[in-house]
Write a protein that binds this ligand. Sequence first.
Ligand code: 5RP
Length: 238
Amino acid sequence: MTPSIMKPSSDLDSEKQRAAMKAAEYVRDGMVVGLGTGSTSKHLIIALGERVRAGLRIHAVPTSHDTAALARQSGIPLIESDNAWMIDVAIDGADQVDPALNLVKGGGGALLKEKIVAAAAKRFIVMVDHTKLVPALGGSFPLPIEVVPFGWGSTARNIEHTSGGKAVLRERNGVVFQTEAGHVILDLHMPKIDDPATLEIELNQIPGIVETGLFIGRTSILIVGHAQGADVTLAAES
Ligand SMILES: O=C(CO)[C@H](O)[C@H](O)COP(=O)(O)O
């Protein structure tokens, strides 16, 4: 069955859909597109699939098995090779966005591939509903950190020592959550992340950490869906 534009199930979902429809406008014929993961990215993939079936020629790099499956189902050709990609634009959702357009990502557990794809792209477009905008990262949403399973408890203790936060091993339905790369996720609870750039540097020194969900200075364009449409903000240097 070919996916078609879904009826949004809630106001927030319709904000996500409007943000995704706006983001899809940045995709042009001949582009290589990085496809994010999550409910907002699903709207994007469905919108791009409709355009592909109408003649748009693009190739895509997916950031998860779920995204790859939906893209295939939607008729979007995927790049299967891991040779260096020339990604024109990567488009993804986020869990939190601060006023400097720094992000927390990884709520869906795909942060490692998402960061690799964002880093390989000339432009990184972030699409969110209004609830993702926060005055400071942290607080209501924990920072996902992907770590190797070996010694995760000691890694968690080091993370807590470095950050002052509380690191909790992610589980789903009573089972330890495993990423597509075979790692686990520690969700780091901090009342507020005062200096995200410094925290990212400090966390990256800890053995066992594969990647953090902090996306610092990577956003080129932010698109926020609202009741009537979507607002676009360009990052200072984009
Ligand atoms: O980082 C992510 C997955 O790892 C998602 O982009 C993030 O969780 C936002 O998801 P949604 O679009 O469902 O709100």
